[in-house]
Design a protein around this ligand. Structure first.
Ligand code: HAM
Length: 422
């Protein structure tokens, strides 16, 4: 039996220094996304279940198998958000958006899916996502992908592959499903049980099944881009032309269908070789979502990256945020009066943006110096009765053991210049 104090499987406690990588990635996202005119939006982590069922699609695996759904005390069915797009669309519609108006938002935070935990697959995972709504031009799809590449470059991931495909419009969906059904039906016997089930429920998903047994059949399946209508094909060609124009490399992946049913036209995924089976670090595309109580759908284009997977990709490249020392200055004190003065001194230093810690107990100077060393503080200050009466402080360079006596009133400025030169 799992111990009560263990984190729930598929969730993690995050400690420094790992948290520093998260902060670096989040800061970088804020910087890059704002260059493209995106503003941050924070939506609740739980919403009405119906929002996700309608938004994501009731036939999707996320809705059918993976949602954390519960009834609250008012007998409302609520769900922890399994992804960000549906909630963001709700928020935008709630605030109001006029026809033809463009809105660009980004979000970051936890998402929840009841999947089997594995490397790079968590039950609580974290996404950074973007949505540009009110845009129907293929140039926006290319710009969205370019922004993703820009962000990945800035966090040090420049060797990821972009996989691209189209799902066509809603009008194409039935014809494509019919053609795929015709193709798969006579061949389904040798395929996995999931695919046998999908044939009757969601034939599209048979295209991206990862089971070994299904590969030869899928490999020879008709390409979706050849099954969709003229409008969809020319939209897709336009997206490709824009990407070519921007000099972005991508691979056409006829099997890419994505697991969420709101997509229309462009779909893409970004994969990285540093991950195992769960190699998608990002996914996205163009979508059209019909939400409950709305008389017209909302459409846009966007993507989301999984932060845990970005970390795995960075780790495989040897990229880590540098751990910082908890203190640049350690204040060692001797005697009760010095302990009080030491506390006052560290407060003053912190007000000058100097990271400082002080001794408050009565340990020997030797023990206090050991602590300064352990913390990795490059400088230590020593404060005793004689320094107090002379209005001075002794400053020790921990690496060289050199000591200098500095006037108490000058100490903050002195340390600031010292820290800069270390
Ligand atoms: P998604 O492909 O389901 O798309 O998720 C996006 C990314 O989230 C994945 O590429 C992966 O990095 C990460 N991710 C998904 N599930 C897990 C998991 N169980 N554990 C760890 N990481 C995971 C979406 O969610 C769409 N809302 C993206 C989008 C935005 N499309 C248009 N706009």
């Amino acid at each position: 039996m799992a111990a009560v104090m263990d984190p729930i499987p598929g969730t993690s406690d995050l400690w420094e220094p790992e948290v520093l990588d998260w902060v670096q990635i989040e800061d970088c996202a804020r910087k890059v996304l704002s260059l493209y005119g995106f503003n941050e939006l924070r939506t609740p982590i739980f919403e009405r279940t119906e929002l996700f069922v309608r938004g994501i699609g009731d036939q999707t695996e996320v809705v059918q198998k993976e949602m954390y759904t519960f009834e609250d005390r008012g007998h409302r069915s609520l769900t922890l958000r399994p992804e960000g797009t549906a909630g963001v669309m709700r928020a935008i519609l709630h605030q109001g958006v006029s026809e033809g108006e463009e809105k660009r938002v980004f979000y970051m935070g936890p998402m929840f899916r009841g999947e089997k935990p594995a490397a790079g697959r968590k039950r609580q995972f974290h996404q950074i996502g973007v949505e540009a709504v009110g845009t129907t031009e293929p140039g926006r799809d290319a710009e969205s992908i370019a922004m993703l590449v820009h962000f990945l470059d800035d966090i040090g991931i420049s060797d990821a592959r972009i996989l691209l495909n189209t799902r066509g419009t809603a009008a194409d969906r039935e014809a494509v499903a019919d053609a795929l059904y015709e193709y798969f039906k006579p061949r389904v016997e040798g395929m996995c049980p999931d695919c046998q089930r999908r044939l009757g429920t969601n034939v599209w998903r048979m295209m991206d099944c990862k089971q070994e047994a299904c590969q030869p059949v899928i490999h020879s399946a008709p390409r979706i881009v050849d099954l969709v209508g003229e409008e969809s094909r020319s939209f897709f060609m336009e997206v490709c032309k824009f990407l070519d124009e921007l000099g972005l490399e991508y691979e056409l992946d006829p099997r890419l269908v994505r697991g969420l049913d709101y997509y229309e036209h462009t779909v893409f995924e970004v994969v990285h070789s540093g991950l195992g089976a769960q190699d998608a670090i990002a996914g996205g595309g163009r979508y059209k979502m019909q939400l409950p109580g709305q008389n017209r759908p909302i459409e846009g284009v966007g993507w989301a990256v999984g932060i845990e997977r970005l970390l795995l990709a960075r780790e495989s490249l040897g990229i880590r945020a540098e751990a910082t020392t908890p203190a640049n200055v350690y204040v060692a004190v001797m005697g009760a009066a010095a302990a009080k003065a030491g506390l006052e001194l560290v407060q003053e230093l912190r007000r000058h943006d100097i990271k400082a810690l002080s001794e408050v107990g009565r340990r020997s100077l030797k023990a206090q110096m050991r602590t300064a060393n352990k913390l990795g503080a490059p400088l230590a200050l020593i404060l005793g009765d004689s320094e107090l009466s002379e209005g001075t402080v002794v400053c020790k360079n921990m690496a060289t053991s050199e000591q200098e006596t500095v006037k108490r009133t000058d100490i903050a400025q002195y340390l600031l210049s010292k820290i800069l030169s270390i």
